[in-house]
Design a binder for this molecule. Sequence first.
Ligand SMILES: Nc1ncnc2c1ncn2[C@@H]1O[C@H](COP(=O)(O)OP(=O)(O)OP(=O)(O)O)[C@@H](O)[C@H]1O
Length: 242
Amino acid sequence: MRDFSSAPPVLQIRALHSHYGPIQALHGIDIDVRQGQLVALVGANGAGKTTLLRAISGVQPVSGGAIAFGDVDITRASPDQRVRAGICQVPEGRQVFGPMSVEDNLRLGAYTRPKTELAGDLERVYALFPVLEEKRLLVAGMLSGGQQQMLAMARALMGHPKLLLLDEPSMGLAPLLIRDIFRIVEGLRDEGITIFLVEQNAHAALAIADVGYVIETGAIVLSGPGPELLGNEQVQSAYLGM
Ligand SMILES: Nc1ncnc2c1ncn2[C@@H]1O[C@H](COP(=O)(O)OP(=O)(O)OP(=O)(O)O)[C@@H](O)[C@H]1O
């Protein structure tokens, strides 16, 4: 296992609370992501995973607590300020622009970058996702579900994020494709990209996570190295059907 104890903090979430009107969705969440880490948050449907990601991106109001990005408090920053600071989210359900070409989708992801860097950035993501280069002139809606997931990740990488947020990348994909997608996520981590991954597929996510957190009804109930959590009896009975 890799040692991140001296890696600088990228994301520090402290005592975070969030409500939908009178309904409390997050009850005092603490999470740390360090540079170069792949951190996974797993939990059942409705546990609060998407709410937390939306709070990190700045589209979900927080009612208490704090979020720091590097050494900057971003709790009240706008979504746009967070993107420009280097936080980039790949939304659940992918949401690529179906009628636009693969390459035009990628160009959109580079909107915060200097135009002069575009060609080099495209080359870099095509090296990571060769299938997208093959299909670069096709409209995105023609891609398979797995390829659309790759396009959504590649589009986010075009912005050179300091932190990549992935919301349920395995959602709606066949098991073989899920394996491919998690291999790619692991590969991105090996490239040095810092990743916060949210997943219902606890097995696949914890197997590759440097650190895992388990969320239940808006609160973190367990955390630790991903493979260690995979071996935890409570996790096995609640999330892995064992
Ligand atoms: N727009 C909303 N209005 C009211 N309550 C909401 C809203 N969105 C989510 N909630 C509630 O907040 C809680 C957390 O939901 P959230 O979508 O964050 O969970 P999740 O873990 O991401 O689930 P999923 O895997 O289904 O996306 C749930 O109890 C949910 O019912």
